[in-house]
Design a protein around this ligand. Structure first.
Ligand code: GDP
Ligand code: MG
Length: 270
């Protein structure tokens, strides 16, 4: 009793993954794009798309010289606005799986093929690269103490609100099956950093299965630019999103965040 019947497992077939697209939401990343790109094992990604959010440095030129697709924003839209362009472009390119990685060489891209394999099994829909396996490893990796403490507190609170058990809900390495991006109404999200928290609440609301895998990370100047004030704003906004999720889950309100996407499935979303 209470066990999942074998037939139910069989109802979740393997995903047919023909195309893996890696998107990179970039802002002032000229020094780290190439290293990030090279950290991803050859052959595990079919197309790279970098969206530049009107960087002040040579991000666009460097990315073009590496031969990847580049979409420049004419004005600075913010981190969430950048991801909207990333996902629209990945869907339009026919991605079956989309891997999002910050191009700041903070996240070890070597886990990419393993993450794609996991999505291929059909046992998970959203994968988060977790920077937090143990306190010692994370702090030795250079995560500032205040970021570690606020990440832990916020992640624990979000896990409780969302009924999840993920290690790091604020990571810059994520992977999604196509249907996640087709279902979630991410154009209703913020253009700022809280986009990420909204996206997770939406994933849970739509009953996508979230899993995490450990990812080694490095902290150095170029890999971490967000200051305390912006982190605080992000934290407070994330708390607000969790309450919006609860209200929607209880049927007391339905914010546009939790509406289905109007995008037709199976076609590009641009
Ligand atoms: N689009 C956009 N991205 C930004 C902006 N500021 C920072 N980012 C990106 O947001 C991501 C996370 O920022 P980061 O400073 O690395 O945060 P941390 O690694 O968590 O300390 C990085 O990929 C940055 O390039 C911005 O104004 N616009
Ligand atoms: Mg970073």
């Amino acid at each position: 009793m209470g066990f999942v019947r074998l037939e139910e497992f069989r109802e979740r077939p393997e995903r047919d993954i023909k195309k893996v697209v890696c998107v990179m939401p970039a802002y002032n990343a000229e020094l780290t794009i190439e290293k990030t790109l090279r950290s991803i094992p050859a052959g595990s990604v079919h197309e790279f798309i970098l969206v530049d959010d009107c960087s002040k440095d040579r991000t666009v030129e460097v990315a073009r010289s590496l031969g990847i697709s580049v979409i420049p924003h004419e004005t600075n839209k913010g981190y969430g606005g950048n991801q909207k362009t990333c996902y629209d472009a990945a869907l339009a390119a026919g991605a079956d799986v989309v891997v999002m990685i910050h191009p700041d060489y903070q996240y070890d891209g070597r886990i990419t093929p393993a993450v794609v394999s996991l999505l291929k099994t059909g046992t998970v829909d959203v994968i988060l690269g977790s920077r937090i396996r143990s306190r010692r490893e994370t702090l030795e990796g250079g995560m500032p103490k205040y970021k570690y403490i606020s990440n832990r507190a916020l992640t624990i609170f979000e896990n409780m609100m969302l009924g999840q058990n993920a290690g790091d809900l604020h990571t810059g390495f994520r992977a999604y099956a196509r249907e996640v991006l087709e279902t979630i109404n991410y154009h209703a999200n913020s253009d700022d950093f809280v986009f990420d928290s909204e996206f997770l609440a939406q994933s849970v609301y739509h009953r996508f299965r979230i899993g995490d895998v450990p990812i080694p990370t490095r902290y150095f100047d170029e890999a971490s630019s967000i200051n305390f004030r912006r982190s605080l704003k992000y934290g407070l906004e994330t708390v607000k999103v969790m309450f919006k999720y609860k209200l929607a889950q209880w049927g007391l309100s339905k914010s546009s965040l939790f509406k289905d996407s109007a995008r037709p499935s199976g076609s590009g979303g641009v």
